[in-house]
Design a protein around this ligand. Sequence first.
Ligand SMILES: Nc1ncnc2c1ncn2[C@@H]1O[C@H](COP(=O)(O)OP(=O)(O)OP(=O)(O)O)[C@@H](O)[C@H]1O
Ligand SMILES: [Mg+2]
Length: 227
Amino acid sequence: MINLQQTGDLEQIRLEACINNFTPPKRLYNASFDNYLNKTEQQKKAFNACKEYSLYDLKAGKGLLLAGSYGTGKTHLAVATVRNLISQRPDLFGVKHKENSHIYPMGGIQEYRGAYCFYVSMVELLESLRPNSVRGQEYGEWIFHRAKADDLLVLDDIGTEKPSEWVEEKIYSLIDIRYRMNRATIFTTNYTEKQLEAQLGGRTISRIYEMADSYSVVGPDHRRKGA
Ligand SMILES: Nc1ncnc2c1ncn2[C@@H]1O[C@H](COP(=O)(O)OP(=O)(O)OP(=O)(O)O)[C@@H](O)[C@H]1O
Ligand SMILES: [Mg+2]
């Protein structure tokens, strides 16, 4: 006989495990649609698009690009979108383990099969890939693998990286595989399309604009008191 209390507990455990597996930034761990304020029409439009983002969109590889000035809530909306999806059907989402890893010791934590979600900022991703990265090569490879392979990626703050041939090549290889495999990606950026093109190269930007519907998130800087 099914113990309903237990079923509820298990669902909650899976929900939390899947959200942790998504690795949202600690400061925005609880970012949701309930605690987002729409102060401008553009914010409302972006908010609605994020709120409507569905499991069908994820499966279809549809992405979002949230562009705008700092502090307008782009990362907040991106995290809330993923939290909302996982909360609707935690049974469809997964937790990925890295075997024999000293980086992510998962001892005792259940591994779940399902759609994997992953948050990473572009700067952190590139830093972890550098040959002299403080956290070592294995960590960088794991992060890059997840960014390429997970079913839904939040790629935060594109365009802030210092351009170089190496940076352009790494970003292109990430975007191109997600593009070819039709994997859903939510991008955030402070930059315009033109600036991104100069920063990341035309081939990468062309793919990003096909992969994602873009919204401008215009509003006051929420980090400043009284905004
Ligand atoms: N419209 C909003 N309603 C409620 N909270 C908000 C809103 N916009 C931003 N915040 C809060 O302000 C802080 C900064 O938001 P967030 O990190 O999402 O900004 P951002 O647009 O990603 O900025 P940046 O471009 O600098 O990365 C967070 O704590 C977030 O929860
Ligand atoms: Mg941000």
